[in-house]
Design a protein around this ligand. Structure first.
Ligand code: ADP
Length: 414
């Protein structure tokens, strides 16, 4: 089954075409036919694409909106120019899997998109006004372009965290606010946490019930999840992706009283303060330089900039603090799992986060840590009580696999 995986944002569309089926999933032999991203939709869009394992190419096209971008993408996929093996026409795309950000309290797993499911996704727009509208538009555009018979599946960022216990997801605000407005913690990056927890148990020959890990997704967005018996018992993002760890441009946890204070002192509306906490804070806000960890590390090496050091220190300290609290909440764990652009590629950040965790029995193997860049690896010594792993995430693969399983009506094992 050729599955087109789509991740739509307000002005971008990430895509992958993956050939997979139940047999390939079992053998881990899914095949990536192409991948890429269309950015700056609304003007002269930039398309970055790669076929199979070939190097990526970059080109531009005027694309006014998401339906135009999608139309362009399908034409490109079936064109002779892309020459993707097995794809001659749009009918060779057998299903579409969408990353949908918010599934609210409704969705505990991925779902085939029916009219009713689409309505339920629309109903979640209130909870994720920045993200869900693009997902809905994308689903509708696919229907229009490829016909209503083509199966489409929604894979929710929140679904994995559906298992959170009440005491972990409730905020200590008047209970009627939860009842009236569904104000609670939902958690995000669920597909990533679920994928790396699955890979961890696969690599260590464990059952789901024996999987006790803390997963740290450290990318531009960052979140942690405490996973006990294979399911999350806590996670760091909340009602929106703003809560929790320090991120590229998001503050993570702050005292909610600062919102009003900043608004008053800076003459901003509360919406503007929320936007400042989402887009001007985190690594960017503290360093005053960039949200890009690679650039910060380079700057630190070359100029030993104090605010850059501070940004990295606050980032690592917050992550460590969450690890400590999760170890307490979940009664201990067997391993930490690092993933995301920073977690997968930066030995220095992993080392700084792990420093001082020897009390919990974590002993970093410095050599293994230095070598574990973008690949699956244990980075602790054999005698560690608390291990650490690097496991690159692959949300698109999980979306493709869920799509196949949903379309065939199979249960979701991972
Ligand atoms: P997104 O959340 O947008 O998917 P990624 O998971 O790609 O983001 O992570 C982006 C972050 O990963 C950036 O801060 C980038 O600097 C960082 N990163 C990527 N490679 C490295 C590296 N080799 N060393 C340190 N940081 C890295």
């Amino acid at each position: 089954m050729n599955v087109l995986v789509l991740n739509s944002g307000s002005s971008s569309l990430k895509f992958q075409l993956i050939a997979t089926d139940l047999d390939r999933i079992l053998k881990n032999e899914d095949q990536r036919l192409c991948r890429g991203v269309i950015e700056r939709i609304g003007g002269e869009a930039i398309i970055t694409a790669a076929i199979g394992q070939q190097p990526r190419t970059v080109f531009t096209a005027p694309l006014a909106n998401l339906p135009a971008a999608l139309d362009f993408l399908i034409r490109w996929i079936v064109s002779e120019e892309s020459s993707i093996s097995d794809i001659q026409s749009a009918s060779d795309i057998h299903a579409v899997g969408h990353r949908v950000v918010h599934g609210g309290e409704k969705f505990s797993e991925s779902a085939v998109i029916t009219d009713e499911v689409l309505k339920d996704i629309e109903a979640c727009i209130d909870l994720a006004p920045l993200h869900n509208p693009a997902n809905v538009k994308c689903i509708q555009a696919v229907r229009k372009l490829l016909g209503p018979k083509l199966p489409q599946v929604a894979v929710f960022d929140t679904a994995f965290h559906h298992a959170l216990p009440e005491h972990a997801y409730l905020y200590a605000v008047p209970y009627h606010l939860y009842r009236r407005h569904h104000i609670r913690r939902y958690g995000f990056h669920g597909t990533s946490h679920r994928y790396v927890a699955y890979r961890y148990r696969f690599l260590n020959h464990l059952t789901r019930e024996k999987t006790h890990v803390i997963t740290l997704h450290l990318g531009n967005g960052c979140s942690a999840a405490a996973i006990r018996n294979g399911y999350p018992v806590d996670t760091s993002m909340g009602m929106t992706p703003l809560e929790g760890l320090v991120m590229g441009t998001r503050s993570g946890d702050v005292d909610p009283a600062v919102v009003n204070l900043i608004a008053t002192k800076e003459g901003l509306s509360t919406q503007e303060v929320e936007s400042l906490l989402n887009t001007q804070s985190g690594l960017l806000g503290i360093s005053g330089l960039t949200n890009d960890m690679r650039v910060l590390q380079q700057e630190l090496k070359e100029h030993d900039d104090r605010r850059v050091r501070l940004a990295i220190d606050v980032f690592c300290y917050r992550a460590k603090k969450y690890i400590g609290s999760y170890l307490a909440c979940m009664g201990g764990a067997d391993a930490l799992v690092f993933t995301g652009g920073i977690g997968e590629n930066s030995p220095d950040i992993r080392k700084q986060i792990c420093e001082g965790l020897d009390w919990f029995g974590l002993r970093l193997d410095e050599e293994k840590n230095a070598q574990a860049i973008g690949k699956e690896e244990r980075i602790t010594t054999d005698d560690s009580k608390l291990h650490a792993f690097v496991i690159p995430t692959d949300e698109e693969l999980l979306i493709a696999r869920d799509t196949v399983r949903c379309v065939l009506g199979e249960p979701h094992p991972s």
